[in-house]
Design a protein around this ligand. Structure first.
Ligand code: AMP
Length: 283
């Protein structure tokens, strides 16, 4: 596995891959790798001969009061896991390699970035779009794989890629969960024992909505209220939002569900913010 630290090294790597007539798939991550990330690698391997993983805790997607400094970092462990998963190259830049001090360009998709997580993280998705567009352009990847756990992020990246005519095939990967249903996340390692015991109730609340939907419930507000009530009963959990939105354009649904709907939530155990979602589709 090659370790690439500069943009120049990445560009040379991509030239070699393309020169050999091969496709390159990118798996962007912020490290602290878990089996969700490694599942993305397997999807990437199914789409391209070569897989490059980026590991970069992107400062521009964190607000000053968020956990950028405390975000888990484990370069040695990550490199071992990436290599064992068959990643061909890892791009591990320092922040100054990515952002010059006078950088002034921001990429954003405002119509998709204000709802859901955008409510409490108003600048987050502009940071995400800026780094992802830079990673697409730096790596020259043909394919990029993103998890559906960050459903809004995936929708925004698909929109950005279309709108900017970026020559990248964006591939989604389903949410990987622990055996008890908790969506895998680098932030799960912040949870104390009591919080970890309660955390599967996030997914359980979404499953309750799914069961209600399967039993015939189609009212968006009642489904939302059902999920919210379940979350509010979890000790120590503070609900950020529960939303029922159109799964295609993320706009709120008033009244009855008529198209596939995304039920999405964010909630905090102390300072640890967890997200999860589920799509309700007519059988
Ligand atoms: P992160 O390192 O948290 O920025 O995540 C990097 C990529 O892995 C993103 O595309 C995430 O959506 C994806 N990812 C993280 N956790 C999961 C999971 N549990 N299941 C599927 N994809 C995930």
């Amino acid at each position: 596995m090659q370790i690439l630290r500069s943009i120049e090294e990445v560009r040379a790597y991509t030239r070699a891959v393309h020169g050999a007539g091969q496709r390159l798939a990118l798996v962007p991550t912020m490290g602290a790798l878990h089996s969700g990330h490694l599942a993305l690698v397997r999807t990437a391997q199914a789409h391209a001969e070569r897989v490059v993983m980026s590991i970069f805790v992107n400062p521009t997607q964190f607000a000053p009061n968020e956990d950028f400094d405390a975000y888990p970092r484990d370069e040695r462990g990550d490199l071992d896991k990436a290599e064992a998963a068959g990643v061909h190259a890892v791009f591990l830049p320092q922040a100054h390699e990515i952002y010059t001090p006078d950088a002034a360009t921001v990429v954003s998709v405002p119509s998709l970035a204000t709802q859901l997580c955008g409510g409490s993280r108003p600048h987050h998705f502009a940071g995400v779009c800026t780094i992802v567009s830079k990673l697409f352009l730096i790596t020259g990847c043909d394919v990029a794989v993103f998890g559906e756990k960050d459903y809004q992020q995936l929708a925004i990246i698909r929109r950005m890629t279309l709108d900017l005519n970026l020559p990248v095939q964006v591939v989604g990967h389903p949410i990987e969960r622990a055996a008890d249903g908790l969506a895998l996340s680098s932030r799960n390692r912040y949870l104390n024992e009591a919080q970890r015991t309660e955390a599967p109730r996030l997914y359980a609340s979404l499953q309750a909505a799914q069961r209600a939907f399967e039993a015939g419930e189609r009212d968006a507000e009642r489904l939302r209220a059902l999920v919210r009530a379940q979350l509010e009963a979890v000790p120590g959990l503070q609900v950020d939002y529960v939303s029922v939105v159109d799964a295609a354009d993320l706009q709120p649904i008033e009244g009855a569900l008529e198209r596939p709907a995304l039920v999405a939530l964010a909630a905090l155990f102390g300072r640890t913010r967890l997200i999860d979602n589920l799509v309700l589709t007519e059988p």
